[in-house]
Design a protein around this ligand. Sequence first.
Ligand code: GAL
Length: 364
Amino acid sequence: MRSSKLVVPVILLLVTACGAPAAGRESKEPESALVGVTMPTTTSQRWTSDGENIKRDLESRGHRVDLQYAQNDVPNQIRQVESQIRAGAKLLIIASVDGSALTQPLLMAAEAGIPVIAYDRLLRGSPNVDYYATFENFRVGIYQAESLLSGLGLRNVDGSPGAAAGPFNVELFAGSADDNNSVFFFNGAMSVLKPYIDDGKLVVRSGQTDFQAVTTLRWDGETARKRMEEILTTAYRRNKVNGVLSPYDGISLGILTALKNNGYGPAFPVVTGQDAELPSVKSIIAGEQYSTIYKDTRELATATASMAEAVLKGRTPPQLNNLNDYENGVKIVPAFLLNPVSVDKSNYHKVLVESGYYTDDQLR
Ligand code: GAL
């Protein structure tokens, strides 16, 4: 009896050991795979939550996780990815500092047969990226611009023309030029704002409207503060700025500091944002920042962990819902996109507290 029971697992082991499974065919799930996760920085709350959420999710599925933060330093991130490859990682999940700077470690991963999932930021210029998990980035930009228009009174929330006629003075900020998302956010926003700029309802007094002119290296709030101060002292000596398109909460807070340093407040221009980071949500409640875009990093982490699980089993992740839009310069990377939500003072409680993302206590 005993020996016949032992025969089956031995045969199974022999069958599974007969070479790698064909692409797309299900293989035996590794008991506990090592997954390398690299995030850009701990200076932004969202990335620490992203990292912790992915780690927790993968560990609850029985995997081991090496989680590293690059502190916005490209050589550091290259070293981290390479050391995960050398440590025997079976899968890499990467939120890059500079999306085009990892072609060498990605080649090294491909040569070792390690699949790669780009997390939130697309990895560019390499064929060696398998999947991408992110949000509807173009729509993020649309929501930021719509919120700017609503805050100014040019547009009602339902899309109908608002009570205000303008013209309003606005300034434009974009994210880091080395982050593919920055282009999507900016293009999404400009698809809404350009007609208003063209017909004079919005005026950009600095004249800085090109993507390259308005980018903010590494999404740095201090860099944004300096640029805003510069704009205020040169283009707004006799005028007031009424609104600022900001692509990210850290940048929004830098812009608000510049505004305060230049005598603005207690009523502030309409300043948008993204990520629903705690200091910005508090700022929205205090009536300073006008809005943000909420992206549920818990959902992104869970989706990515389950994509990882599928990939580790040799399957194509079933979640993929965009096979067209994320061309990385070499290939189109199959993507899974989640929906962002626009948040301001009117709905923060419903969206952020009732969903359990924050507690009331955290927002006090
Ligand atoms: C982007 C991301 C944004 C924001 C920004 C700065 O790549 O999509 O949500 O976090 O980086 O960290």
